[in-house]
Design a protein around this ligand. Structure first.
Ligand code: ADP
Length: 201
């Protein structure tokens, strides 16, 4: 079994993240956690690339629909539909428009528990209810209600893989093997080495 410090995740800074000139800020948030950037590229994804990305998990459409229904109900509002699959279809269409509207930055980050850590720092899907201190909570204020009113995707700056399995599939979808660079980061010694030798002179 691979060591936990070899865990990887996919992050995509969405078109609004670039337009808000938040690329440096977002990368800085992950860097300061001690995580390692092992792949990065600027690109304009195609609609079919985005459609495939969100269909890598066959349950995604239903889950995204359920999450949105729950968010409405929690706020005491009536969801636009009670059928999660119908809502999921609409979200995929909106996402294709959103994610192909301009350049995005795709990245692979590595480190122990990187999937969970990056999701935590990125914040919940809906910026309106994302915690303060998270990237989404600090820099945007969009909501499901806003997105539905204007028939568009929730603009929340970032995509980050939801689980280790999802991450492995998504990384293969976005990056060729040779685009990822294995290297040692000096800070890893203090983060991960069993013996911390050679500090004192
Ligand atoms: P996350 O990106 O937090 O993992 P999901 O996988 O549930 O969230 O959804 C993918 C993306 O689709 C979200 O980041 C958001 O941009 C958009 N989205 C999700 N639900 C809705 C919705 N009900 N209406 C519009 N856009 C949505």
């Amino acid at each position: 079994m691979a060591h936990p410090k070899a865990e990887r995740t996919l992050v995509v800074i969405k078109p609004d993240g670039l337009q808000r000139t938040l690329v440096g800020e977002i990368i800085g948030r992950y860097e300061r956690l001690g995580l390692k950037l092992i792949g990065m590229k600027l690109m304009v994804p195609t609609a079919s690339h985005i459609e495939k990305h969100y269909n890598l998990d066959p349950n995604w459409k239903r889950i995204v629909g359920e999450k949105s229904i729950e968010a409405y109900q929690k706020k005491g509002l009536k969801p636009p539909s009670m059928d999660p699959l119908k809502l999921g279809d609409k979200v995929i269409d909106s996402l294709k428009k959103y994610m192909t509207s301009g350049p995005v930055v795709a990245m692979v980050w590595q480190g122990a528990h990187v999937v969970k850590i990056i999701r935590k720092v990125t914040g919940g899907t809906e910026p309106l209810t994302s915690d303060i201190g998270t990237i989404r909570g600090d820099f945007v204020h969009d909501s499901y209600q806003m997105a539905d009113t204007d028939s568009r995707a929730v603009r929340n700056l970032i995509h980050a893989s939801g689980s280790v399995d999802e991450a492995n599939n998504e990384i293969k979808h976005w990056f060729k093997k040779e685009e990822l660079i294995g290297y040692r980061l000096i800070a890893e010694q203090i983060l991960y080495d069993v013996n911390i030798d050679g500090l004192l002179e």
